[in-house]
Design a binder for this molecule. Structure first.
Ligand code: COS
Length: 385
């Protein structure tokens, strides 16, 4: 379908298709197997200025929006969402500064990120996943510094990123209202990295613990004000969840393409298996779900870019829908490829493993349903007033 992409979006799509085909596809199996960090792919993204997509022009970026990022992420993830993740996880780390940072913070950090310096977002902890306000990491003010103590878990780009946006409690007694957001640079004394996780999918990405032990950071690294950390985190997730949806969409579209092609080539009972109505029905359902996911991703991305304020519900919906589609479509792709689909010889088994995380991270799909449900109830209550 024609989604009236702008000149810039068409250019981004073409550029990403080229990087995916020339740089990512040949290395896909290597990074999935070796679990190494894909520095060469990151360089290709940086050389193409992809890290600057959402950074305003005055800070050295392209000045694009969520829609531009989604177009990029979808194309890269059609081939390999594992290695592509370094790019949009940087977007997640960047969002708190973009949304709530001061001019000085933006001037200091955004040009570096636009040039390809990786960023990461540190919210999750061992005991605080879905319950994001249950974090235990503390930040105590001491003169013109804050002292951080605690451990963050499962941080994408952890260890590889130079710039971290971290949520810590400045006043535990206040619960969600006692959290604050900070910028922490790699190399700060007292900031170390723990276990590198061994994952089911997205293996071309780094996931690592962040450990803070009496880590002193300048007070000027506080984002917004004390007590705003939970809201900064929630606004960040509202902005970034469509990116996860675009990731899921790309994985699903990539798997559909491979499955469609395979069914035309695989001959059984003397004819291509695509000649069977049962196979056609499966492809039809997969394609319909992919198109519906794409329509929702693009619509929600554009809605956010329009400056709309009530985005939480739609951001949750698109992440929920597209990730469920990705899981279903990649599972069906494996089914259509049969024994070959289950083997590492074809990339669909990897795509199925890669799809799973989209139903889990940046809020499980159960949390997305909660966000949507609570929004509906609040809207209904407001309409009655
Ligand atoms: N935008 C702005 N403010 C928001 C917000 C949003 N999207 N969502 C919540 N808030 C505000 C609320 O309005 C409330 O403000 P007040 O204190 O002024 O009333 C405050 O934040 C606390 O909100 P709430 O009471 O709803 O918080 P809960 O602790 O009940 O948590 C959920 C709500 C479950 C939605 C939240 O914890 C969440 O999103 N969890 C998933 C986290 C996640 O995605 N983790 C993945 C790791 S990050 S990659």
């Amino acid at each position: 379908m024609d989604f009236d992409l702008t000149e810039e979006q068409l250019m981004i799509r073409e550029l990403c298709q080229q990087i995916a085909e020339e740089k990512m596809k040949p290395m896909r199996e290597h990074y999935d197997t070796s679990h190494e960090f894909p520095h060469d792919i990151v360089k290709a993204f940086a050389d193409a200025d992809l890290f600057g997509i959402m950074i305003p022009e005055e800070y050295g970026g392209m000045g694009g929006g969520v829609m531009d990022l989604c177009v990029c992420v979808e194309e890269l993830c059609k081939v390999d969402s594992g290695t592509a993740l370094s790019l949009f996880a940087t977007g997640l780390g960047l969002d708190p500064i973009l949304i709530s940072g001061s001019h000085e913070q933006k001037a200091k950090y955004l040009p570096r990120i636009a040039q390809g310096t990786l960023a990461a977002f540190g919210l999750t902890e061992a005991g605080a996943g879905s319950d994001a306000s249950g974090i235990q990491t503390t930040a105590v003010k001491d003169g013109d510094e804050y002292i951080l103590n605690g451990t963050k878990q499962w941080i994408t780009n952890g260890g590889e990123a130079e710039i971290y946006t971290v949520i810590a409690m400045t006043n535990k007694a206040k619960g969600a209202r006692g959290a604050s957001a900070f910028i922490v640079e790699k190399g700060t004394p007292g900031f170390e990295f723990g276990k590198k996780e061994d994952k089911m999918g997205i293996r071309g990405s780094a996931t690592c613990e962040l450990i803070f032990t009496d880590c002193r950071i300048p007070a000027e690294n506080l984002i917004a004000r004390e007590g705003m950390g939970f809201i900064v985190a929630m606004k960040t997730l509202d902005m970034s969840r469509p990116g996860v949806a675009a990731q899921a969409l790309g994985v699903a579209a990539g798997a559909l393409e491979i499955a469609t092609q395979y069914t035309r080539e695989r001959v059984q009972f003397g004819k291509p298996i695509s000649a069977n109505q049962g196979v056609q029905f499966m492809l039809a359902d997969m394609a319909t779900q992919v198109e519906a996911a794409r329509a929702l991703v693009y619509r929600v991305a554009r809605y956010i870019d329009s400056g709309a304020k009530d985005i939480s519900k739609f951001s949750a919906m698109v992440k929920l829908y597209a990730s469920d589609v990705a899981m279903k479509v990649t599972t069906d792709a494996v089914q259509l490829l049969g024994g070959y689909g289950y083997m590492k010889e074809y990339p669909v088994e990897k795509m199925m493993r890669d799809a799973k995380i989209t139903q889990i991270y940046e809020g499980t799909n159960q949390i997305q349903r909660e966000v949507i449900g609570l929004s509906l109830i609040k809207e209904a209550a407001a309409a009655k007033r």
